[in-house]
Write a protein that binds this ligand. Structure first.
Ligand code: NOJ
Length: 586
């Protein structure tokens, strides 16, 4: 064992696991002030909150900002230093806030601007900085800018959105299919023109070519910087620049349409806008920007992140596409094996090894619950969750947890299409029917991949509605809430929650897990995902058996190391039990 190192976290006892919170808060605050060559956001853990489903303090069935403030200690117990809040601006909520009506107001269903100020202030007390979600590819069709723009072809905001004339036969300008299904164009009677919507028809795309639009968006961002937020997650950013010529593409479905992202995503020149954005908002502030960049390949990352890039981190989705397929058409899932997943994770690590920084994630509000999605084998959800947690919290990059991930939820048990709320799920269902699938098969695709799986109310305890609300929740609570909830897991030494806390503490205590190099091990193994982290003589090895069978490996991999954390109790060098994860270190 390395001199001075202690197997502090081996087989943590229940009481030790519970008492980690003050230790983590101390470390988080230290880290925020420390330089150590890394910024605060590189050394912390981020946690995404979907406010509508987090905690309702008003008995209305939807979550509130005050609910998040009330539970900041839960986040602190997980070592969280950055709280990514999905949009809570004023919105008609067609896409649960990703259709913004006013970027400078809080939606009344979530509370007031005072509640937001309180959340920011209370977060800071605990070393947690709020990260806002900027939805700048589009607004709501109720946004004052769009209301003005649609009124005529000559008003001052006439070209703030993407307007085009109909084809000579009156049909839409192109055959592009919106990401949520159906044509990406919507007819506007007042102007006698179509407008483009990459997502729902209530989400018209902004025209970034117009410098006034860009200026307005930068001003909004700076309003939030001045409020003291810690950074931004920037939504759907690869779509902001449109191609110079709009033309039909080859149909890829029975609807005769062509995917809008194939026609418009990641256009040449997009980075010029984003460099301008960075100069106007990011430069000179101790904040971070993480872009949501579906469609950017790992090989292109160096233009997007790092010293010469535009963002600090970029969410790219290559690993999510392994089970789902790159086209994200749920009724056409991919077939895959563990080495496919390992290959893309290794590519992302390689791409950010010397430039930029990696935001590691398995879940977010747009994905089904990863415990179901990412494993081949049946087995206890808790074991699967712990395997994923071990990978996420010991890998290189800033881990982004999504609410409930720490409890190891599976997907929800939806029975009918009417059970779903999500606009995309309805569209995927219709698309599948259009492709000739039976209702049962179309439903099965939605059950597996729907975003609603991640949006069910957070399960706090076993009281009615899982302690989320005293009223009927907006989305049905997961059937397993009576046994899978925060209170129950606090009391269970073997729970995913206490495992995530222990790993967060391990990460905070071992600099190699934050700043160390990352090297893949056992690259060809179809059962074990393995890597090592090294820094100045310190070494940690993570071994995670993703299969439902025992898996063996050469003991030389862990020679001279001791187990620092083991998901199924006392581990044995050379063998992993089914769905077991062990972190070894010197
Ligand atoms: C990506 C967001 O994460 C998703 O929830 C939303 O529906 C689309 N962008 C449109 O804003």
């Amino acid at each position: 064992m390395r001199k001075g190192a202690k197997p502090l976290f081996s087989f943590l006892r229940q009481s030790e696991k519970r008492d980690l919170a003050p230790f983590l808060t101390f470390l988080r605050k230290e880290r925020m002030m420390s330089t150590q060559g890394l910024a605060w956001w590189q050394q912390t853990i981020a946690y995404e909150v979907y406010p509508k489903s987090f905690l309702d303090t008003r008995g209305q069935g939807t979550g509130t900002l005050a609910g998040i403030t009330a539970k900041l200690d839960h986040l602190a117990s997980l070592g969280v230093g950055a709280l990514w809040l999905t949009p809570c601006y004023k919105s008609p909520m067609v896409d649960n806030g990703y259709d913004v009506q006013d970027y400078l107001q809080i939606d009344p269903s979530f509370g007031t601007m005072d509640d937001m100020d309180e959340l920011i202030a209370q977060g800071r007390e605990r070393g947690i900085r709020v990260v806002m979600d900027l939805v700048f590819n589009h607004t709501s069709d109720q946004c004052a800018w769009f209301v003005e723009s649609r009124a005529s072809r000559t008003n001052p905001k006439a070209d703030w959105y993407i307007w085009r004339d109909a084809k000579s036969d009156g049909s839409a300008p192109t055959n592009w299919r919106s990401i949520f299904g159906g044509s990406a164009w919507e007819w506007c009677e007042e102007r006698g023109q179509y407008y483009l919507h990459t997502f729902a028809k209530q989400q018209p795309d902004l025209n970034w070519e117009n410098p006034q639009v860009r200026e307005a968006l930068y001003d909004i961002s700076n309003y939030w910087v001045n409020k003291g937020v810690g950074g931004f997650r920037i939504d759907a950013i690869t779509y902001i620049k449109k191609p110079p010529v709009f033309e039909d593409g080859p149909a890829d479905g029975e609807d005769g349409l062509y995917p809008v992202h194939a026609a418009t995503a990641n256009q040449p020149g997009i980075l010029d806008y984003l460099h301008e954005f960075k100069r106007a908002v990011r430069d000179g502030h101790d904040i971070f920007m993480v872009g949501e960049a579906n469609g950017v390949a790992a090989s292109e990352l160096d233009q997007w992140v790092g010293a010469n890039g535009v963002f600090d981190m970029l969410f790219e989705f290559s690993h999510m596409h392994v089970p789902m397929g790159a086209e994200e058409i749920w009724c056409r899932p991919a077939t895959w094996t563990l080495t496919d997943l390992k290959r893309v994770l290794a590519q992302s690590q390689a791409a950010t090894a010397h430039n930029g920084w990696y935001p590691a994630f398995f879940e977010n509000h747009d994905q089904p619950r990863s415990t179901v999605n990412f494993f081949h084998d049946d087995g206890p959800l808790a074991s699967k969750a712990k395997v994923l947690g071990a990978v996420l919290l010991t890998t290189r990059g800033t881990p982004f947890l999504y609410q409930g991930e720490e409890l190891g939820y599976g997907n929800a048990s939806w029975k009918r299409i009417e059970d779903f709320n999500d606009v995309q799920t309805r569209a995927q269902y219709e698309f599948a029917l259009g492709e000739g699938l039976s209702e049962a098969a179309a439903l099965a695709a939605c059950v597996r991949f729907s975003r609603d799986n991640a949006r069910t109310p957070l399960q706090w305890d076993d009281s009615p509605h899982a302690g989320f609300s005293t009223a009927e929740p907006w989305l049905r609570v997961h059937d397993d809430y009576a046994t899978c909830n925060v209170a129950a897991q606090e009391a269970d030494p073997d729970s995913p929650l206490l495992w995530y806390r222990a790993l967060a503490a391990l990460r905070a205590a071992r600099p190699e897990l934050v700043a160390g190099d990352w090297q893949e091990l056992l690259a060809d193994d179809e059962r074990i995902l393995a890597f090592e982290r090294t820094l100045e003589g310190a070494r940690c090895v993570t071994l995670a058996n993703f299969s439902g069978e025992e898996a063996t490996y050469d003991t030389s991999l862990v020679a001279g190391l001791v187990p620092l954390a083991a998901s199924l109790g006392e581990p044995q060098a050379g063998t992993l039990r089914p769905l077991e994860a062990v972190v070894w270190g010197n």
